[in-house]
Structure formats: C-alpha cells, structure tokens
Ligand binder design. Structure first.
Ligand SMILES: *Cc1c(COP(=O)(O)O)cnc(C)c1O
Length: 370
C-alpha cells in the first residue's frame, strides 16, 4: 500500500535500517555524540537560536509551548482541527484566551489579528499553524509574526510547523517557537517532537513551567547533549540519518521539489475537473473538495493500493488530502493521480482519458527543467 496521507508518511529503508541497530543507553558518550550531531543538524533545519527534541507526538510540543510561553493571555488562530487544539490546550491549563475562528479553507486575516492585539493589550502569546493540515491551508504566519512584533516585542509568536518544517523555507525572523513532529515531512515513525526557539523565547521561558514539558530543564540538559528524561534514542538515531540525507540533497532542493510536486498534483487534479479546497494551498498537501471524496478514497485503497487522507468533523466525506512532504518518488505520485482519474471513471463522474497524468508529467517536465 502506498502511504500518501499527510502524516504519517513512509519511513525510508536506510532510515529504518539505521533504527534497527541494537539499543543504546541514553546516558552514554556514544549516544551523546549522536544527540550532538542531530542537534547541530536541527539548527540548520530550524534556522533558530535554540532547538529541542521532546519524546512525544507533535501535540506535546504544542502543549509545552502553551505552558512555557503564555503567562497572561493567548491569541489562538483557529482555522481547523489543529488551531482548535491550541485553544483546547490553553483552556486545559486555565489560560485566558481570545480565539479568531475561520472556515477551514480561509487564511487568517492580518487586519483582524491587529485589531485583536489592539483591543487586548495583555495578549502575550500568539498560537497558530503555518499550515493548518485539516484543510491544507497556508496561513500568512510570517506577516502576522512581523505585525505582532511591531505591536509589542514582548509577544511570543508560536508557530505550529508540523506540516511546514522541512516542507518549505519559513522566515523565522519574528517567530519565537516553531514546532514540528517526526511523522510528517521528516518521514520518521511518530513519537518525536522538535522545536526551534528564539533567544527571546529562551529568556521568557526562564525557570519554565509544568513538569515533563518544563522547557527550562530541557534547554539546560540538551545544551549538554542529553535530555531531562529518557531520550527517544531510536527515533533520534533515525532523525540524524534522515537529516543527513536531506543535507546531502540540500534544503533548497528539498523545498523546490516539494513545491514542484504540489504544483504538479494540483494541475493534474484540476485537469480532471476537481476543485482545490483551500484559498491558499500549502505545499505540504493537495486538498480536494468533492462529493465523491469517500468513494474515491475507498477505490484507491481497495483497488489501486493507495492510502490518502479524508476530512474530519464537518469536512468528513467532503475532502481528500494527498501528501507531498518528504522525499517522494515522482512515479509514485504519478500513479496516485492516475488512480484518482480511474476512480472517477469507475464512479461514472468523468471518462478516463489520461489527462491527470498528462498534466502531472507536463508540469514536472516544464517546471522541473526551469
Ligand atoms: C499532525 C499535526 C499535529 C498533531 O501532531 P501529533 O503528532 O498527532 O500530536 C499538529 N499540528 C499539525 C499542523 C499537524 O499536521
């Protein structure tokens, strides 16, 4: 089965093999050397002043950011499942909260954010997604970060980049905390969260807050190439291997190829009459809105050996989402769009004529050559 959900993504063979070595104890010079190397590589990935690895899924890092970086009041941008999650975390910790809600295809409005910041002078942290994976939507996070800093430099800008880090170049100039997880663009098994921090964030964290997710204790330990609690050793070994591969390829090339895949899949699906859901699509995935979403997904799974994601909540049965993150073979994606065209034929929606693959391959050929 080809795994084409926007997380989890497949794990490459050499990364799987790197993780198959005998278990290392985490408090040993051998593991600390690997930790150090991985940490150095993460600095390049995040392009920020501090980096942390946490043994948890991505949501753990979201919770850590809320606990450690919001002291007074949070502004949460909610345009989907993951934006809503920041609000739920803030509530669970008794934080005061203002939420700006949007339909799942609609990017946050910079002017509205400005108005909220002016009305609530006590907001000290903003939480939002770079890419809201619920609808494959790219938010104007850099613009909002710049606005927030111009309004008040003390505001911490927290960006959930779980489907954006390793997908595209993110301008971190005004971002204080950027989060990712292992099972998306980094193509690792789930269970490891990573974050980049600005020095302003490190300063604000101070003594930290919470217990397991007290970032002050992690910063102190990780600067010495160890962790406060048992490290996710196997996943970190896998991460080191994956980052080595990505570095060999070069980040610019990775981002370029991911964007190209996004363009090619979008063109392929538009060519067979399908409609892109988000107003501002993120390069991590292509999200299609169609009444045939569930039927297409089912046929892909049962007949063509392809697993793509559906929608959640009010978009259940209305959208499907195809992953473009990571190191993906062009021929596999070509098969995915061709399978969708075949499924539409089988469902009596549109006769098959190979248009999806023609558009996919032509886009790849023309843009990939440029
Ligand atoms: C997948 C995802 C998460 C959740 O991460 P978990 O690893 O499932 O905890 C959060 N935010 C975004 C944008 C995601 O895509």
């Amino acid at each position: 089965m080809l795994l084409f959900t926007p997380g989890p993504t497949p794990v490459l063979e050499d990364v799987r093999l790197a993780m198959a070595e005998p278990t290392l104890h985490h408090r040993t010079p051998e593991f600390e050397a690997i930790f150090k190397q991985t940490r150095e590589r993460l600095f390049k990935l995040f392009n920020m002043e501090e980096v942390l690895m946490l043994a948890s899924s991505g949501t753990g890092a979201m919770e850590a950011a809320v606990i450690n970086l919001c002291r007074q009041k949070a502004l949460v941008i909610n345009a989907g499942k993951f934006g809503a999650r920041f609000g739920q975390i803030a509530k669970a910790h008794g934080k005061e909260l203002v939420e700006l809600g949007y339909e799942w295809n609609t990017p946050a409005d910079v002017e509205q954010v400005k108005a909220v910041l002016e009305e609530h002078g006590d907001i000290d942290a903003i939480f939002m997604q770079v890419c809201e994976s619920a609808g494959g939507l790219r938010h104007p996070v850099e613009e909002i970060a710049a606005l927030a800093k111009a309004h008040n430099r003390e505001i911490s800008m927290v960006a959930d980049g779980i489907t954006a880090v390793g997908v595209e170049k993110i301008d971190t100039k005004d971002i204080d905390c950027l989060i990712t997880g292992s099972q998306k663009a980094l193509m690792l098994p789930p269970g490891l969260a990573m974050m980049g921090l600005s020095s302003a964030a490190v300063e604000k964290i101070g003594e930290g807050a919470g217990y397991y997710f007290n970032l002050a204790s992690e910063i102190k330990k990780q600067q010495k190439n160890t962790t406060a609690y048992t490290a996710a050793t196997t996943l970190i070994i896998g991460l080191n291997k994956m980052l080595e591969k990505v570095e060999a390829m070069g980040y610019d090339k990775l981002y370029e190829e991911t964007a190209l895949r996004g363009r090619a899949v979008g063109e392929a699906l538009k060519a067979i009459g399908l409609k892109i859901y988000p107003q501002n699509p993120a390069p991590a995935m292509t999200t299609i809105i169609t009444d045939h979403a569930e039927a297409v997904r089912k046929l892909l799974k049962t007949k063509y050996g392809v697993n793509i994601a559906g929608g959640q909540d009010h978009l259940k049965g209305k959208i499907f989402r195809i992953n473009q993150m990571g190191l993906i073979a062009q021929n596999e994606l070509a098969w995915v769009v061709d399978s969708i065209e075949k499924a539409l034929d089988e469902l009596g929606v549109r006769s098959y004529d190979g248009s999806a693959n023609a558009a996919f391959n032509t886009t790849f050929f023309q843009l990939g050559r440029a």
